[in-house]
Design a protein around this ligand. Structure first.
Ligand code: FAD
Length: 393
């Protein structure tokens, strides 16, 4: 399809969300994705019947827009419960319970403040430091928040974390899909109105009265009536340069961080560590580790470690992983790696967002991604839905 109603740049969950709501409304949609596969930060790596996640791994029954899509596509049969396993902290050379690392007196003294402390205009550091105690926060809990956001808890706005949303009690509290989260990409694009091109990087976009022209690295040109930008902010800023210079300079104000993830699959019989859902780390080169133990497999176990960029080289990371898991490297059956870009939110992000939406009023463009009101899968999808209906009221 060389002409579509909506061209979507970026085949991560945000772009897929626009495609879904577009197709549902009867529009033809063309997705352009530079990677070999759709999914973006949803990256399920599999061999035979075993898979693990390098990126997004958990959905909750409060993810209203995701649940709407699962319902639209009749996908509830793929919903896979994530078993409850303990979440630990890696410190002093072992996995320990997070509670064991807290000063109970300080916690008891500080917790009542949770009744009157407000999140608005507070950073994660100032808000949670107040309700669990400064030492507890600095020593232990700051590692959780840095692990969630891959960035400093001293800057991250508290109201962007752990939002209260109504839960759909028919679904498990936390879940994945039976073939991993990336499998949702193929299910969404199976709609007859949606076409997609992978290994196809969009290089240039032009805006004329009749719509948009899209030029790709393959030397092809496409056209569409509407455009949805669903790439990380630095790419959106560059591609929108000729369309809205104001939006370009505004998008450049947003900082981003890269997270380097390495996942390993290991024969369960070679591992001594007890089952766990994941861990945060104190004084380590990695922020956090996520395990596949929540969806047990008969023979293999999987672990993905999320590292800060440029601290360790590849071999050093593998050495560190083997050391932490207490295994010889030959026990590792296979290794996968990925780098993802995440937004680095700062206090005042709400004002940045208000200005973004104001700039969008001047142009018929869908701008979506994980850098608006949060970075979770649900934040991406609700933004995509809201942006689609902004243009297609
Ligand atoms: C390690 C990690 C763990 C996470 N865990 C969870 C979790 O458990 N639960 C949860 O809710 N959220 C989680 N998240 C957050 C969530 O997964 C991401 O925020 C979300 O998937 C991002 O989706 P997106 O479509 O906005 O961006 P992306 O997934 O980054 O997609 C953007 C896409 O645009 C493509 N692209 C870029 N430039 C071009 C171009 N010029 N032409 C064509 N294509 C282009 C990219 O290749 C990419 O595929 C996690 C994120 C990470 C990184």
């Amino acid at each position: 399809m060389n002409r579509s109603d909506i061209a979507v740049i970026g085949g991560g969950i945000s772009g897929l969300g626009v495609a879904h709501f577009g197709a549902k409304a009867g529009c033809t949609v063309q997705i352009f994705e530079q990677n070999k596969q759709l999914g973006g930060a949803l990256q399920t790596k599999n061999k035979d019947d075993f898979w693990f996640e390098l990126g997004g791994h958990t959905c909750y029954n409060s993810y209203e827009t995701l649940i709407e899509i699962l319902n639209d596509l009749d996908l509830f049969r793929f919903v896979q419960l994530r078993k409850q396993e303990p979440f630990k902290i890696w410190c002093d050379g072992e996995f320990r319970s997070i509670f064991s690392q807290l000063n109970k007196l300080e916690l008891l003294y500080s917790l009542p403040r949770s009744f009157w402390t407000k999140k608005k205009d507070q950073t994660v550091g100032s808000f949670y430091g107040n309700i669990v105690g400064k030492n507890n926060f600095t020593h232990t809990l700051s590692n959780i928040f840095s692990a969630v956001s891959s960035q400093s808890a001293d800057e991250f706005p508290a109201d962007l974390l752990f939002k209260k949303r109504p839960r759909d009690k028919k679904l498990p509290r936390s879940f994945t899909l039976s073939d991993g989260l990336q499998s949702i990409a193929a299910l969404i694009v199976s709609h007859s109105k949606i076409e997609y091109k992978t290994t196809c990087e969009v290089k240039n976009i032009k805006h004329k009265t009749e719509g948009y022209t899209i030029e790709t690295n393959l030397g092809e040109t496409y056209s569409s009536k509407y455009l949805a930008m669903a790439t990380p902010p630095p790419v959106a800023a560059e591609l929108l340069r000729g369309i809205s210079p104001n939006l370009t300079s505004h998008l450049k104000e947003l900082r981003c961080v890269n997270v380097e993830s390495i996942g390993v699959a290991i024969d369960a019989k070679d591992l001594k560590i007890k089952r766990l859902s994941g861990a945060i780390a104190r004084d380590e080169a990695f922020y956090s580790m996520v395990s596949r133990d929540v969806v047990p497999h008969k023979q293999l176990r999987g672990f993905t470690f999320h590292f800060a960029t440029n601290l360790l080289n590849y071999d050093e990371k593998i050495d560190r992983i083997a050391d932490i898991l207490g295994i010889q490297q030959h026990s590792i059956k296979y290794i996968k790696e990925a780098t993802n870009t995440l937004p680095s939110f700062r206090l005042g992000h709400d004002k940045w967002l208000a200005r973004t939406n104001q700039l969008l009023n001047e142009i018929d463009l869908i701008l979506t991604g994980n850098y608006f009101s949060g970075m979770s899968i649900e934040d991406c999808l609700s933004r995509s839905k809201q942006q689609f209906f902004r243009l297609f009221r």
